[in-house]
Design a protein around this ligand. Structure first.
Ligand code: HEM
Length: 247
């Protein structure tokens, strides 16, 4: 039997042939040994990434039961206070996830908390500062140390978010009842897209100034002008000055 006919040598032959065409070995060598910086600030980006992975996993779970439908149904589930109430199929299915699907409430709350943790993140590439790691990257190679550490950080993030979801209730939708858009005090929906802007609008007293003392001449809606311009102005001016302050 010639050497080429043994199974290991055939595999070696085939893989070096493949590698010659695809360059996989040098890709792997380069990337498995890629050094990941050890600066603590990179952890913030990792927390955001792991929260997103948690969102993907829990979101996939939720899609099995959630019905994104505005069709109306009469609620006849186990939650007494809402029995016999007309509601959207979407809301009814979220109630079903909450009260009937095993672990459903926990997963809903994990999904919601992970979404909040994801948004609380910081752009980590700015630190430790421009050019400061370019020449001398201090850290651990991707495989195995960085992979092991990342796995542990992922589990730690999951643990903290699951703890929050267990002990800190969030979005108890059964207490709110079916959604009636006309009941909101301020019209922009969904309110969280506008965050502090919407919050500022809602806490501002209904203050209007009628020009020349009459509404016919025109009205200045201070209840919109002040919360609309002041917080955003402070933030945008602050953001544009920040690079100078940081330098
Ligand atoms: C950046 C990514 C995401 C964010 C910020 C996000 C955020 C949210 C939030 C805040 C809710 C309301 C949760 C509640 O009931 O209190 C929700 C619901 C839901 N999400 Fe996501 N999500 C994300 C990704 C995903 C993905 C990837 C999936 C599916 C694969 C998914 C599937 C769902 C489903 C089915 C619901 C409705 C069930 C429910 O309200 O509990 N989400 N999402």
């Amino acid at each position: 039997m010639t050497e080429l006919n043994t199974v290991p040598s055939r595999i070696a032959h085939a893989s070096s042939h493949l590698d010659a065409r695809l360059g996989g070995a040098s890709f792997l060598r380069r990337n498995m040994r890629k050094i990941f910086p050890d600066h603590w600030s990179f952890l913030l980006g990792e927390i955001a990434l792991y929260s997103f992975v948690i969102l993907l996993l829990t979101g996939t779970f939720l899609t099995f039961w959630f019905k994104p439908s505005m069709g109306h149904v009469l609620y006849d589930g186990p939650y007494e206070p809402l029995r016999g109430v007309m509601m959207s199929e979407a809301y009814a299915s979220a109630l079903e996830i909450t009260f009937e699907v095993r672990g459903g409430l926990l997963v809903r709350q994990i999904h919601h908390w992970a979404a909040l943790v994801l948004m609380w993140r910081q752009k980590h590439t700015q630190m430790p500062g421009k050019g400061r790691t370019n020449r001398n990257v201090v850290g651990a190679p991707f495989y195995p140390s960085f992979m092991a550490k990342s796995g542990a950080y992922f589990l730690f993030t999951l643990g903290v978010i699951a703890g929050l979801a267990t002990f800190a209730q969030i979005n108890p939708i059964w207490l709110y009842g079916p959604y009636t858009p006309a009941d909101v005090s301020a019209g922009s929906q969904p309110d969280f897209y506008l965050a502090f802007l919407e919050g500022a609008l809602r806490i501002m007293p209904a203050w209007e100034i009628n020009l020349f003392g009459t509404a016919e001449a025109g009205t200045l809606p201070m209840s919109v002008i002040i919360p609309g311009l002041v917080p955003l102005g402070v933030i945008l001016v602050g953001l544009s000055l920040y690079p100078f302050a940081e330098r």
